[in-house]
Write a protein that binds this ligand. Structure first.
Ligand SMILES: NC(=O)c1ccc[n+]([C@@H]2O[C@H](COP(=O)([O-])OP(=O)(O)OC[C@H]3O[C@@H](n4cnc5c(N)ncnc54)[C@H](O)[C@@H]3O)[C@@H](O)[C@H]2O)c1
Length: 319
């Protein structure tokens, strides 16, 4: 790879749904991408979708200290423009049952990512955080909302990662934190948009977790990355900048999404069963909405609604 005449970036969680799409976008924008993952879930398939040119892959578990040096020794001669940290456990339900998974994959991967940046003197860090940090809230959530009281181990380890990053501000000059809503697209690796099509394909009875009235904002991965890459290019006065990246609507209910599946995919025989509880699982935030005025001011383009993102995704999913 020609790492002298091109700009170089590192992406962790590169084989994930968002990471693989981000890698392809950056490669198209003339970057060399150095990707780290350890291929949990269904990531092998997504890794294959990343353009081969200008891409190097490192199979490393970022929750292990020894891998900081192993990675450093392989790439220490290269100058990097930025570090994009996306590796995390994203099966929130599993992480609620076993907090150790969140400690390793969501927090320690962030901790050792900061260590990698310090060793390589990387001055720009982009962190993919989550709405889950806010816990249960009433009003539209602003980035300044507090106190921050997450209700899941996943949310807690994202808060811890943000806090650790904040303390790294003396080593890393430019820190961007993106707090995401539910991000979807045809390549999802887990969760509702992964399970439902699989069950429909198998003609199974579809058991919905919760009563179907959970109402959350959604954003298609294409829209998300368009906004994030715009935010990335702006010069900021502050050392740490935090953004809620999502639509400003009050979301879309699970029942509405299922009705969209049924009508757009002309589903006839599948049966959907709901539970009698408002949260799908322990740690599930049943309702929340973002105040996205900060990104609206910066991006100056129309941000698609949750329903538009859901419709686009359902149309793209092959049954
Ligand atoms: N998809 C969403 O709805 C959503 C919402 C909010 C925040 N986020 C955040 O965005 C990021 C990307 O999400 P995604 O949907 O692409 O998730 P994903 O599960 O598809 O990808 C995450 C990737 O990280 C890798 N990974 C996990 N632990 C690792 C470790 N210890 N070492 C190396 N690799 C490791 C996994 O193998 C996986 O390929 C994550 O940090 C996630 O928490 C996603």
């Amino acid at each position: 790879m020609n790492h002298i005449n091109k700009k170089n970036v590192i992406i962790t969680g590169v084989a994930g749904m968002i990471g693989s799409n981000l890698a392809n976008r950056l490669i198209t924008n003339n970057y060399n991408v150095y990707g780290i993952d350890y291929l949990e879930f269904n990531s092998q398939n997504l890794l294959k979708k990343i353009a081969k040119h200008n891409f190097s892959y490192f199979n490393l578990d970022l929750s292990l200290e020894k891998n900081v040096n192993i990675f450093y020794n392989k790439i220490k001669k290269i100058h990097f423009e930025s570090y994009w940290h996306l590796a995390a456990n994203s099966d929130i339900q599993k992480g609620s049952e076993n907090s150790n998974i969140e400690l390793r994959n969501t927090f320690l991967s962030s901790y050792y990512s900061v260590k990698i940046c310090e060793k390589l003197n990387i001055q720009k860090f982009c962190f993919f955080s989550s709405s889950a940090i806010y816990g249960e809230t009433r009003n539209k959530i602003k980035e300044t909302h507090g106190p921050i009281l997450p209700i899941s181990n996943y949310g807690a380890m994202k808060v811890a990662s943000e806090a650790f990053l904040s303390s790294a501000r003396f080593q890393i000059k430019d820190i961007l934190i993106f707090r995401l809503p539910n991000v979807i697209g045809p390549d999802v690796t887990h969760g509702f948009f992964y399970d439902i099509p699989n069950k429909i394909r198998r003609n199974d009875i579809v058991q919905i977790l919760g009563n179907g009235l959970q109402k959350k904002p959604f954003m298609h991965v294409d829209h998300l990355l368009k906004i994030i890459l715009k935010i990335y290019k702006i010069k900021y006065l502050k050392n740490i900048n935090i953004f809620n990246v999502g639509p400003g609507d009050s979301g879309i209910t699970v029942k509405k999404i299922i009705n969209l599946f049924i009508s757009l995919k002309k589903i006839k025989n599948t049966k959907f069963l709901f539970q009698h509880k408002k949260n799908g699982w322990q740690g599930d935030v049943a309702k929340y909405k973002f105040n996205n005025s900060k990104i609206l001011k910066l991006c100056k383009f129309n941000i698609p609604s949750s329903e538009e993102s859901v419709v686009k995704t359902i149309k793209e999913i092959k049954l």
